[in-house]
Write a protein that binds this ligand. Structure first.
Ligand code: SF4
Length: 188
C-alpha cells in the first residue's frame, strides 16, 4: 500500500511541489516564533509529525536533509543503494531496480516526477552525500531555519565548508547542504 501511495506522489509531483513550497514559506514565517519557543524543544514533535506524514506519502526514511523537491518528489532513500544522484547503471528493462526487481527504480521515478515539476530541472544538480548525523531529525524545521538564516551566516562558518563544496545544491536545496547551526540532539 505504501508503495502505491509513493507512486501516486510521483504522479502528482507538481501538486506536491506546490504544497511543499507553501509549507516551507509558512514555516519560514514562523521562524521568529520558533526561535522564541526554542528549536530544540520543537525538534521532537516536528520530527514525529514529519515521520507520520512523509512516511505515509513518500516512504520517508527521515534522513533529515530532505531533497524531495530536487528528486521529482520521489524519496531517494528508498533506493537500496541510497544513491543521492541517479540512476545507477543497473536499471533493468522496464525501469526496474537491479537490487529489488519487484520495485521500479527510484531514480527512474524521480526523473519522471521531475519532468512534471516547475522546478524539475533541479534534478540536474549534483546533490551532496547524505550526512548521517542528521538522521531522524526534522528536515522541515531545518529548511525553515536554513531559509531564515540565509541573510545571517556569520556564526555559521563551521558548516560553510560543506555548503561551499556543493554550491549548486546549496542554492536549490539548502537543507541538503546545511549552513544553519543544529539544535541540541533530541533524545528519542
Ligand atoms: S529525502 Fe530524507 S527527509 Fe526527504 S523524504 Fe527522503 S528520507 Fe525523508
Amino acid at each position: 500500500r505504501m508503495y502505491r501511495i509513493r507512486l501516486m506522489a510521483v504522479r502528482h509531483s507538481r501538486t506536491f511541489e506546490w504544497i511543499y513550497a507553501r509549507l516551507e514559506n509558512a514555516l519560514v514565517r514562523l521562524h521568529p516564533l520558533f526561535v522564541r519557543i526554542g528549536y530544540d524543544r520543537l525538534e521532537r514533535p516536528f520530527a514525529l509529525a514529519e515521520r507520520g506524514v512523509k512516511g505515509l506519502l513518500f516512504d520517508c526514511r527521515m534522513c533529515g536533509q530532505c531533497v524531495l523537491s530536487s528528486t521529482g518528489m520521489c524519496c531517494p532513500m528508498n533506493c537500496p543503494k541510497q544513491l543521492r544522484n541517479g540512476p545507477c547503471g543497473g536499471v533493468r528493462p522496464g525501469g526496474f531496480c537491479e537490487v529489488r526487481p519487484d520495485m521500479r527504480c527510484v531514480w527512474v521515478l524521480a526523473w519522471d516526477g521531475a519532468s512534471r515539476m516547475r522546478g524539475g530541472e533541479r534534478i540536474n544538480n549534483v546533490l551532496p552525500p547524505v550526512d548521517r548525523r542528521l538522521q531522524g531529525s526534522s528536515a522541515w524545521l531545518r529548511a525553515s531555519r536554513e531559509r531564515a538564516h540565509q541573510d545571517d551566516l556569520s556564526p555559521e562558518r563551521e558548516r560553510a565548508a560543506l555548503a561551499q563544496a556543493f554550491p549548486a545544491a546549496r542554492k536549490t536545496e539548502p537543507a541538503s547542504a546545511p549552513l544553519a547551526s543544529e539544535p541540541r540532539k533530541a533524545r528519542h
